[in-house]
Design a protein around this ligand. Sequence first.
Ligand code: ADP
Length: 260
Amino acid sequence: MIITSTPIIQADHLSVHYGGGREIALEDVSVTLNAGERIALIGPNGAGKSTFIKAVMRMLTPSSGTITVSEDPLKIGYVPQSDDVKWDFPVTVRDVVLMGCTRQIGWLRLPSRAHHRTVDHALEQVGLHVLADVPIGDLSGGQRRRVFIARALAQEARLLILDEPFSGVDVSAQGDLMAVLDRLNADGMTILLSTHDLDLAYRHFDQVMAVRRRLIAYGIPSDVFCSDTLAQLYGARIVTHHSDGHAMTMYVDDHHCSEC
Ligand code: ADP
């Protein structure tokens, strides 16, 4: 874990509206995220997590305010939400990772042996080298996320942004994915990841950014996971347990029972 105080993402009074201003997804968010850290982005459904990520990725334009990313855009790796990917597209794992080398290969040129070695190395780093020639549609949820991480490695990314990478991924695959992310972070990669897994965010991340349209809190997990912040994020649906002096386990009671 490398802790620095070099800003990598700075939002300054960032607001994003959809539908010609009818839907306010983010409002007046000011925050500075530092390089070298593992940052968990949390908040309930519809809180604006994906919108923040898309603003960082320049996939949408702020309605007001700014977002500045101090990294070469070509060195930002992106792992989209699973639903945003057409998994039946006829490409292999190798093809997807090779896309990360597009800048080095150049348009309308064929990849060289060196590019294929880069791909092999990236796949080895995420433990998928034996699946290089398999169609991406045949992979499990956790493996699919790792293919996109390998693409980021082939791209020599320094900042990796993942939109809900753990949704639909079982606990063991989640552990594999987190181990890959920890290794990359130990090598200096900044990681920004949105998740609904509050326990993971609490135990496994250096910083937590909590949003619900506005920025509710940003800081180290033990500061962010206080009952006030959780109540602002999830209302009465959150239950907290202090299992010992340090750890906290949280459950979101999301069954929407009308009698509760
Ligand atoms: P989260 O990732 O936290 O679930 P989102 O950023 O996807 O939240 O959405 C924030 C709000 O913006 C929600 O109310 C959602 O319905 C709305 N929204 C997201 N994308 C669009 C879109 N393309 N058009 C209109 N509204 C959208």
